[in-house]
Write a protein that binds this ligand. Structure first.
Ligand SMILES: *Cc1c(COP(=O)(O)O)cnc(C)c1O
Length: 412
């Protein structure tokens, strides 16, 4: 008899974006002519830049020749891309890493979800709340989170990030956390941590022999020069942190699929006997068994982001989105809404007015202004009473959505 992994059955079967789609569809049935603008899902909309397109074209031409054909590549990725990463993403910020500490992947979702496989099932995980749902769900799948009661997993430490604490998570008290997920700049709140704030977490991890899994998928949106782009800008982090990067938001690669994970050789975890096991070797072993690399064409495309033209073109797109963020924040604040984020991240996190719940506001905005946002509570219990707006739309759609929100707000 083939038995199911019952941990999967513990997952909540509601998926936030499926719920949103259902509600939007219900609205469309009643209002078939309404033109709904979505500032909801966090997917990019601008086309790939020409440097990337040219690189893909060249790589495709190569693949059409006998000499230039590439079959299976190295599981950890091609050196041309890993070298470009070391030079541009790290050395330029004073961080020295080795080439075999970089693992190219097909995007950060897979690795942020898969990395927990290397860890014993009864590690105690801590997450900020609200949070990108992948971190918890992937841990639920192997039975690490306990039971779901009152909107929380019993075996997960939730560390609230709300307006009350300035969106800075407090260090856990009581039972120490073994594995900490941090995502900065943060999805969904759009907020960031300063170096001293991040340093506290690195020091906590070093002191408690904990592991930090640091998701830096939005680092390209940081504008404030004081804000760290990488956790390795903090001394000691290479002993206790793994970092995930993605070209999805950086360069519009959501449909291309390429990113990378940094696993420094100094990061180790313990056996019960007290032996120290380097995660770099385990991850290499895991990847060679379960992953056959990102495609040659997408790695060449990613490499092009680091050329002079590539850097400039990618920056133009980021600036384009950040203009939306700026506009959204200023209009929403003028209308009297309490807003956070949007300064170093493409998300605006807004408190719902008059104590409305996230879903109440979502529906009111949908029916009143025909604009879709994301209910904050979908990212965790502390997201209740907030909604998220994304800056990934076109200028035109964003402006129109803001005009509608303006009219709707003034009219009631
Ligand atoms: C979008 C996003 C990613 C990137 O996922 P990919 O698989 O690289 O497309 C990773 N982490 C967070 C928090 C994200 O929002």
């Amino acid at each position: 008899m083939a038995l199911v992994n019952t941990h999967f059955l513990n997952l909540e079967n509601n998926y936030l974006f499926a719920d949103i789609a259902k509600k939007v569809n219900a609205f469309r049935v009643v209002h078939p002519k309404a033109d709904v603008i979505s500032l909801g899902i966090g997917d990019v909309t601008r086309p790939l830049c020409t440097a990337v397109i040219e690189a893909m074209r060249r790589a495709t031409e190569e693949m059409a020749t006998e000499q230039g054909f590439h079959g299976y590549g190295p599981e950890q990725g091609y050196d041309f891309l890993r070298e470009a990463i070391l030079k541009n993403d790290f050395r330029s910020r004073g961080v020295r890493l080795d080439i075999d500490e970089i693992f190219i992947n097909d995007g950060a979702k897979s690795d942020t979800g898969n990395f927990q496989e290397l860890l014993h099932w009864d590690n105690f995980i801590g997450v900020t709340d609200p949070i990108y749902p992948v971190y918890i769900d992937s841990n639920v799948m192997i039975g690490r989170c306990g039971n779901y009661r009152n909107d929380r997993w019993t075996n997960v430490r939730y560390m609230p990030i709300t307006a009350e604490n300035g969106f800075v998570p407090e260090l856990p008290k009581g039972r120490p956390v073994d594995v900490i997920y941090l995502c900065y700049p943060n999805n969904p709140t759009g907020t960031v941590l300063t170096k001293p704030e991040l340093r506290k977490w690195v020091n906590y991890a070093l002191k408690n022999d904990a592991l930090i899994l640091f998701d830096a998928a939005y680092q390209a949106y940081i504008r404030d020069p004081q804000i760290p782009h990488s956790i390795y800008e903090i001394r000691g982090a290479r002993k206790c942190a793994v970092e995930f990067r993605s070209y999805s938001k950086t360069a519009g690669f959501t449909g291309m699929r390429c990113g990378y994970t940094v696993v420094p050789k100094e990061v180790t975890v313990a056996t019960f006997e007290g032996e120290r096991i380097p995660l770099n070797q385990l991850w290499l072993r895991r990847q060679c068994t379960k992953f056959n690399g990102a495609s040659y064409v997408s790695q060449r495309a990613a490499e092009a982001i680091y050329t002079e033209e590539g850097k400039q073109q990618v920056q133009e797109t980021i600036d384009y989105y950040m203009q939306n963020a700026l506009r959204m924040r200023s209009v929403l604040e003028r209308l009297g809404y309490e807003c956070y984020g949007g300064e170093n991240a493409p998300y605006i996190w807004m408190r719902t007015p008059d104590g409305m719940s996230s879903w109440q506001f979502f529906e009111a905005l949908l029916y009143g202004a025909n604009v879709v946002c994301t209910p904050g509570v979908g990212f965790g219990p502390s997201g209740e009473g907030y909604v998220r707006f994304t800056a990934f739309g076109s200028h035109e759609k964003t402006e129109e959505a803001l005009e509608r929100i303006d009219k709707w707000t003034q009219s009631h």
